[in-house]
Design a binder for this molecule. Structure first.
Ligand SMILES: N[C@@H](CCC[C@H](N)C(=O)O)C(=O)O
Length: 270
């Protein structure tokens, strides 16, 4: 069977995107992993499928990591989904809504960027108490649609994101679901830089949207820096996280604003 696909990226986090509004496509985890394989397939950090809505939104959002497993949400993917579905609807809507496992989200076009209205974060722990050999500083946790550990470091460039990220991702404290692992450093008031090891990619990626949100919110709780927080990512982009801090450690009106771009489209035999 010939599959028509689109390739997109959000701040360097790249995705295969398929239009499955007719639900004709039933991809297996193995097929998704092969499509995302950078040597034997198209190559991507994950796959996004547009499906028909079931709860009254415009579309249903399905997201699969590069290993073929489904995840609840993907921030960079959500911006690409917003850009893609705006084009699909063949109008210029300023707001598209979509159902994810993490809740109903909205995407709006802001200048040339896409802004996602995120689900409310949950499960905050400023100090998880999880121990890593040779690691002293606190490992914080927050679920911003998917689970994230956040650690602040002085030397971000010198941090072994792969080794430490993998140890955190598989740490007993976060099992059985596992977690994404982020390392962040403060650049200036309201401005941080981060690097992320992604669950399901099992490596560092150029950017992780839900990870940026997690780091920005933990940064706010550590420093008191107000919304919005700017976040530099490994791919070179700077994104903006907006939020309303409720005061008891919870947040509402969380937004993620950044780029979402088409790269190419094509057909592949599956
Ligand atoms: N790239 C993402 C997160 C995708 C899901 C994640 N790897 C997980 O399994 O939790 C983003 O931009 O948020």
């Amino acid at each position: 069977m010939l599959l028509h696909f689109y390739k997109m990226n959000g701040a360097g986090n790249d995705f295969v995107v398929v239009d499955n509004r007719d639900l004709a496509l039933q991809l297996t985890g193995e097929q998704i992993a092969l499509l995302c394989d950078r040597h034997r397939g198209i190559g991507a950090d994950g796959l996004l499928a547009v499906e028909p809505a079931e709860q009254g939104a415009d579309f249903k959002f399905r997201y699969y990591n590069a290993d073929g497993g489904e995840a609840e949400m993907c921030g960079n993917g959500a911006r690409c989904f917003g850009r893609f579905t705006s084009a699909l609807m063949e109008i210029e809507p300023d707001r598209v809504t979509f159902e994810t496992i993490a809740g109903i989200l909205a995407a709006e076009i802001v200048d040339d960027h896409i802004r996602i209205a995120m689900s409310d974060p949950k499960d905050l722990q400023m100090e998880t108490g999880a121990q890593l050999p040779g690691w002293e500083s606190p490992l914080s946790f927050i679920n911003t649609g998917v689970p994230h550990v956040v650690a602040f470091v002085d030397d971000l460039a010198g941090t072994d994101v792969f080794a430490l990220g993998r140890a955190i991702r598989h740490h007993d404290a976060f099992s059985p679901a596992g977690t994404n692992a982020n390392f962040a450093t403060v650049l200036a008031p309201g401005h941080i830089a981060i690097r992320t090891y992604e669950r399901g990619v099992e490596d560092e990626t150029l950017a992780c949207g839900t990870g940026m949100v997690a780091c920005a919110l933990i940064h706010h709780l550590r420093s008191g820096d107000p919304s919005p927080i700017r976040v530099d990512v490994k791919g070179g982009d700077t994104l903006e996280i907006g939020f309303e801090a409720v005061g008891d450690g919870s947040f509402k009106e969380v937004t993620l604003t950044g780029p979402a771009d088409f790269i190419f489209e094509g057909d592949i035999e599956i």
